[in-house]
Design a protein around this ligand. Structure first.
Ligand SMILES: Nc1ncnc2c1ncn2[C@@H]1O[C@H](COP(=O)(O)OP(=O)(O)OP(=O)(O)O)[C@@H](O)[C@H]1O
Ligand SMILES: [Mg+2]
Length: 649
């Protein structure tokens, strides 16, 4: 609003005052009216409005998120209870107008996930499935797939929002216990469960949980699909048996290839370096210890009594002071001393990394290639939280493709000319606590580290600022007691320097081994070609010499001698070894597998049925007798490290 007259130059300029006569906007409200409108917002109401924050934006992604939340919970529950996980996933299109749609056109799906884990006690079923921020994992520092206590109830809330259908649960905690059936929904105003149905039912499995959710969704194969999620889950969890009934009615099985559970991660106390001041104050006031020294020793990891007393002395507070009495400056001084004191890094037995053998097993089972390698880094720390980075590589198109390529005659190149290769960019598969991450790749620290790595050093083409080119799958896993996700939908890992550095180191080691393999293979191939040419002439030369000597020459002996010279001159046994012709392992390449048309070398896993997952077809599955019931447990044993010919090719 303009003032009526210009202010005089001599007077200090004042902000124009609104004219008294100006009409009051009809929407203006008084503070009292505003005050009367203030209301508490329930967490369910908030996330109903903001469901995209939890991964429920597009119908396709929502279908994936629901499956992911249920499968992650099933795996967490089985592992925590010490049961080798076996999970059944069923996706069924649902008709909305009486006509059954084809899966790619369907807009509604029924998702059923069954596990044979510990089951859930009856009283806990309604809040677990119909109350947001309710769970057993948030308040502890222990590696698990779930963290927040939102996952499965958010999936139920999405079902309620899009189809109005309740979540159906059957759970049983043991053979002598009854199976309980529940139908629940969330009362979004109160964030409390509403039970629509509860009864005891007959359920065949002796223990476990079955969750059924009906949602609006879309089914499409390919990148970031349910199919890809299950395939990648199987790579990072070789101890899991997954059976997947696709919407098309097919049954895919991802067999268990590792018959042992990963070592159970231990729960730890927070490390002093990891906590913020507000958190520290809360701990001071919530502790059960009566003395400050007891609080420091009991509520944190890596603080001994001597160290606690030293910290108290430096902060000028008596070790027997009551933690609850510490406020303001005294608490702040204590916090500062704590942060400045040298304290051992947190223990790493709270983590359960996949391990080199596990990664190799998973990659070899699911991805066709010529070379596989895996690296597990030692534990490191970010903001006081311990973490481990693991990386792996699968390179090449597999021996059949390689043979095909060799058979194709390549036209000779002019000098300076380079052969044009149909190279795609590498694919990065990312994991956090064994869960595949399928969205927001470019925001993820793992992806950034893969870009940062100079792959040209290892003989792989790479354009500036791009992923390396070539038939290559790069695997990265972060295991931590608290994975720093960039959002609640748990899709990308935040870019902490310490994390990025560890990923880069792991990738560099994988790259170095790949470089050795590629160089050796190239050299061996050219030596082998030379040897073949020699061998071609040995026959002729020996026969001609025999004729010259009038048949008196022992032709066969001469041939043998020339053969030996040819082998010696063309790299000897080393060439045979690199090309997989001797049966010995890939020397100088730890935790690696080399696949050639002649066979497989290195730290090889034994696969169920002896066939890698990507080669399993209907016939082999039928032969293996796959069923939807719990499979008979195999005796646990160590994963075999062996050498063998690859079958099923
Ligand atoms: N299949 C199951 N078997 C046994 N317990 C389960 C199962 N599914 C869920 N739970 C229990 O229910 C709790 C809540 O699950 P929910 O998915 O909502 O949260 P979360 O897994 O703790 O964390 P996040 O939100 O990150 O997934 C879990 O902490 C777990 O204790
Ligand atoms: Mg969960």
């Amino acid at each position: 609003m303009k003032p009526k007259s210009k202010p005089k130059a001599s007077k200090p300029e004042v902000a124009p005052q609104p004219s008294v006569k100006a009409s009051k906007p009809t929407t203006a409200v008084s503070a009292a009216e505003m005050g009367a409108r203030q209301r508490e917002i329930s967490v369910s109401e908030f996330f109903t409005k903001n469901r995209h924050l939890l991964g429920f934006d597009s119908p396709r992604k929502s279908l994936l998120t629901c499956v992911k939340e249920a499968v992650d919970n099933a795996l967490d529950a089985c592992e925590e209870a010490g049961i080798l996980p076996e999970v059944i996933v069923k996706l069924e299109p649902v008709s909305t107008d009486g006509v059954m749609p084809v899966p790619s056109q369907a807009t509604r799906f029924r998702i059923t996930v069954i596990d044979y884990g510990p089951g859930i006690v009856r009283e806990q079923i309604p809040p677990i499935f119909a109350k947001l921020l309710y769970g057993s994992k948030f308040h502890r520092l222990r590696m698990s797939r779930g963290q927040q206590g939102i996952g499965i109830s958010a999936a139920g809330m999405y079902a309620q929002l899009t189809t109005g259908k309740p979540v159906q649960i059957i759970s049983r905690t043991g053979p002598k216990k009854p199976a309980h059936y529940f139908e629940v929904q969330i009362d979004t105003k109160k964030n409390e469960p509403r039970i629509l149905e509860k009864k005891q039912v007959d359920w065949e499995p002796h223990r476990g949980t079955q969750v059924t959710i009906e949602i609006e969704g879309r089914y499409q194969k390919g990148r970031a699909s349910v199919d890809e999620y299950l395939e990648l889950t199987s790579i990072a969890n070789p101890h899991v048996r997954l059976v997947y009934q696709t919407p098309e009615g097919e049954t895919k099985e991802y067999p268990r290839t590792y018959h042992q559970l990963p070592p159970p991660p231990r729960e730890i106390k927070p490390h002093p370096y990891g906590i913020e001041f507000g958190m520290f104050l809360k701990m001071l006031h919530d502790t059960r210890s009566h003395w400050l020294s007891g609080f420091l020793v009991g509520d944190f990891s890596r603080i001994s009594l001597t160290l606690a007393e030293e910290i108290c002395k430096n902060a000028k507070i008596h070790p027997h002071a009551r933690p609850r009495d510490l406020h303001g400056d005294r608490a702040e001084a204590l916090y500062k001393v704590l942060q400045a004191t040298k304290i051992m890094a947190p223990p790493s037995n709270c983590l359960s990394p996949i391990g080199e053998q596990g990664i190799l097993t998973g990659l070899y089972k699911q991805i066709q290639g010529d070379f596989y390698t895996a690296v597990s880094r030692p534990p490191a720390v970010y903001r006081g939280n311990p973490f481990v980075i693991e990386a792996g590589l699968a390179y090449g198109r597999g021996p059949e493709e390689a043979t095909k390529k060799n058979e194709e005659t390549e036209a000779p190149l002019a000098e300076g000319e380079e052969r044009e290769r149909e190279e795609d960019l590498a694919r990065v598969i990312r994991y956090a606590n064994r869960v595949p991450l399928l969205y927001q790749q470019s925001a993820c620290a793992t992806f950034k580290a893969a870009l940062d790595t100079n792959w040209r050093n290892y003989g792989v083409a790479q354009s500036k600022g791009a992923l390396p080119a070539g038939p290559m799958v790069v695997f990265v896993h972060m295991a931590s007691v608290w994975v720093p996700f960039t959002s609640e939908s748990k899709e990308a890992i935040a870019d902490y320097d310490e994390i990025r550095k560890e990923i880069r180191l792991a990738l560099q080691e994988c790259g170095r081994r790949l470089g050795i393999f590629l160089r050796r293979r190239e050299r061996a191939k050219s030596e082998f070609r030379r040897r073949n040419i020699f061998e071609l002439y040995i026959e002729e030369v020996a026969e001609a010499c025999g004729r010259l000597k009038g048949g008196k020459l022992p032709v066969n002996r001469l041939k043998e001698q020339l053969q030996k010279i040819a082998v010696k001159r063309t790299g000897g046994e080393q060439t045979d070894q690199v090309l997989g012709k001797t049966g010995s392992g890939p020397e100088g390449l730890p935790h690696s597998i080399i696949v050639t048309p002649e066979g497989v070398e290195g730290a090889l896993p034994i696969l169920d049925g002896g066939v890698p997952g990507y080669l399993i077809n209907e016939a082999t599955r039928e032969a293996a007798g796959s069923s939807l019931g719990p499979s008979s447990e195999k005796p646990p044993g160590k994963p075999a490290v062996q050498r063998r010919k690859r079958k099923g090719k």
